[in-house]
Design a protein around this ligand. Structure first.
Ligand code: ATP
Length: 232
């Protein structure tokens, strides 16, 4: 479903060059759950942005079901995201002036779907927010806002869900519940899930844990169910 082919990326700030990825190869199968871990500032968020077509690589290719993102223009990438991707950001990124229901319905509204609100309502029910439909983000707790963000990311049944530290801004208990919810919905809808997390217990629940450091993406762990994480 996703293939990275000798993918390289760096940021250039004046004379300073920050290498994020150096000729990285990776295959992610449909339905797979992949956690990306690694030290702060190594480029995990940047990698997600590359997968979403929101950043351009310096060299190499990101293939989404065989389509090379770097050959697509902005409109094509926007269409691809709208139709096939759901993105969960660490800081929720909800629209403050829209209710929970309207936030969750947004991807379907943008796609012109008449059943947008109905489906959003059903999705909010699934994440346990059936009683908060009319609340605005400012009237919701952090965990509730993240659940709205997850509902919004999944409401159009995307093939690929990208999540950037989805539990990072939450207390341990809420974070664990949100992690469970994401994994549960992933299993239920058979989406592919790529998430960045510092939470190794959460990462160990995924099929694979990859560690990004020094421009290289290494296998940190095969799922063993024991939660032991070896360095790459
Ligand atoms: N637009 C940009 N221009 C220049 N440098 C950037 C830009 N975005 C990120 N960087 C730098 O690239 C590096 C990787 O950033 P990124 O946010 O991808 O790391 P990360 O692994 O997700 O970090 P964290 O775990 O702390 O969230 C950092 O050193 C950051 O300062």
């Amino acid at each position: 479903m996703i293939r990275l082919d000798r993918l390289s990326m760096h940021y250039q700030l004046g004379a300073a060059r920050i290498d994020i990825l150096r000729e990285v190869d990776l295959d992610i199968a449909a339905g797979e759950r992949v956690a990306i871990a690694g030290p702060s500032g190594t480029g995990k968020t940047s990698l997600l942005l590359l997968l979403a077509g929101l950043e351009r690589p310096a060299a190499g290719s990101v293939l989404f079901d065989g389509r090379a993102l770097e050959t697509m223009d902005r409109d094509q990438l926007a269409d691809l995201r709208r139709d096939h991707m759901g993105i969960v950001f660490q800081s929720f990124h909800l629209v403050p002036s829209l209710s929970a229901l309207d936030n969750a319905a947004l991807p379907l509204e943008i796609a012109g779907r008449r059943d947008a609100r109905e489906r959003a309502r059903a999705m909010l029910d699934r994440v346990g927010l059936g009683a908060r439909l009319d609340h605005y983000p400012g009237q919701l707790s952090g965990g509730e806002q993240q659940r709205v963000a997850i509902a919004r990311a999944l409401v159009h049944e995307p093939k690929l869900v990208l999540a950037d530290e989805p539990t990072g801004n939450l207390d341990d208990r809420t974070g664990a519940a949100i992690g469970e919810l994401l994994l549960h919905l992933n299993a239920e809808t058979n989406t592919t899930l790529v998430l960045v997390t510092h939470d190794m217990a959460f990462a160990a629940r995924c099929d694979r844990v990859l560690r990004l450091a020094n421009g290289r993406l290494g296998e940190a762990q095969h799922a063993t169910g024991r939660g032991d994480v070896r360095p790459a």
